[in-house]
Design a protein around this ligand. Structure first.
Ligand code: UDP
Length: 357
């Protein structure tokens, strides 16, 4: 039996790991042990996903949060190393681009434990983003890189990965696996559309540091959302970080703000909305999965194929660009029936690869 230690800590990682864990459970030859670093810890940022998505209970919870990047990553590194020395797994599996991803990959590679990185090879080429540093370093330390797109392969080749012994496997996107699976039951599980009495609305989220750290940038984004809200109601399940900063600076949001919602509610919001506006990596793709256009509230995106195929527009925090993108998508019809992300088989490819690796 192969032992796999999965390291997760932030909301998007719970969603990705849910899809892969479900697939791992089908194979007696693979034993998964989950470490939760504690990076996200509120009920609505963490627990709810374990409950709703039936993610196995973590064997370890390091409860590390609310620290600077360095302190958080350092404490995680120490905590994860201790567990890996005890558990002696065959593989460590990490997801995406958070501090938990970097700490997990670094702890494992120093102990000569093989690292599988899911959602590898993505680049924004913005080296000020903490996520960009985390993903570049994690890719370099990994044994297998599970990449979602051809662009990711090209990014790795440009960085010289052809010269490294790293195995690159294009498996698609595990978030699509999750979206397809949970969309089957979300309507029975979620009451959010009737609870918020929603008809036609725009779904938006905002939480990336590049948008929340600079108050002028955040003010522009709030202005843009306020303007769109005057035409179509905007609904924002708000990340705790953004909520705190809005209150600190007394920024006035005229749109509907809710607490962060669970995954079933999110799927129902995605199914029923007219348009998505977001700086979230995951939500840009989920908009596509549910056949919605997306205005990307960042200066760059890793999901370039969405822009190339006309499903998304990158508008940054420029009020005029955002308004123009809104007008552009208002009556636009697109054919979303194109396979960009693997059509729900991405987790199966990961498990098949690990069974023989
Ligand atoms: N999400 C959610 N509830 C919310 C906001 C987001 O379930 O209130 C989900 C969303 O559908 C996506 C994931 O969280 O699957 C994205 O996480 P986030 O935006 O925090 O991180 P990023 O994708 O930018 O790394």
């Amino acid at each position: 039996m192969k032992k796999i230690v999965t390291i997760i800590g932030a909301r998007p990682q719970f969603i990705k790991a849910a899809a892969v864990s479900r697939e791992l459970k089908k194979h007696l030859a693979l034993n998964e042990i989950i470490i939760h670093t504690g990076q996200h810890f509120d009920d609505n940022m963490s627990e709810i996903f374990f409950r709703e998505m039936e993610i196995p209970k973590p064997a370890y919870n390091l409860n590390i949060n609310g620290l600077s990047h360095g302190a958080m990553t350092g404490q995680m590194l120490e905590g994860i190393e201790k567990i890996l020395l005890e558990e002696k797994p065959d593989w460590v599996m990490v997801y995406g681009d958070t501090n938990s991803t970097l700490a997990g990959a670094l702890a494992a590679s120093k102990l000569h434990i093989k690292v599988a990185h899911v959602e590898a090879g993505l680049r924004s080429f913005n080296y000020k983003m903490p996520e960009e540093i985390n993903r570049i370093l994690t890719d370099r330390m990994s044994t297998i890189l599970f990449v979602p797109t051809d662009t990711a392969i090209k990014n790795l080749e440009a960085e010289g990965f052809k010269n490294y012994p790293t195995q690159i496997v294009k498996n698609g996107d595990v978030m699509q696996d999750a979206a397809l699976y949970y969309a089957k039951t979300s309507e029975q599980q979620s009451k959010i559309i009737s609870y918020l009495n929603l008809k036609k609305f725009v779904l938006a989220t905002l939480h990336r540091e590049e948008n929340t750290n600079d108050i002028n940038v955040l003010q522009r984004l709030i202005n843009a959302l306020n303007k769109i809200n005057a035409e179509i109601p905007v609904v924002v399940p708000l990340h705790p970080r953004t909520k705190k900063i809005l209150a600190q600076h007394n920024l006035q949001a005229e749109f509907k703000i809710t607490d962060p919602v669970g995954y079933f509610d999110m799927i129902e919001l995605l199914k029923h909305c007219s348009l998505v506006m977001t700086d979230s990596g995951g939500l840009q793709k989920e908009a596509f999965f549910f056949q919605k256009h997306c205005i990307t509230l960042r200066e760059q995106t890793e999901w370039v194929e969405l822009v190339e195929k006309g499903f998304a527009l990158v508008a940054g925090s420029d009020e005029l660009k955002i308004q123009n993108a809104f007008e552009y998508f208002r009556n636009k019809k697109s054919d979303f029936n194109i396979n960009l992300y693997g059509n729900g088989k991405a987790s199966a490819v990961i498990v098949e690869t690990l069974l023989t690796a």
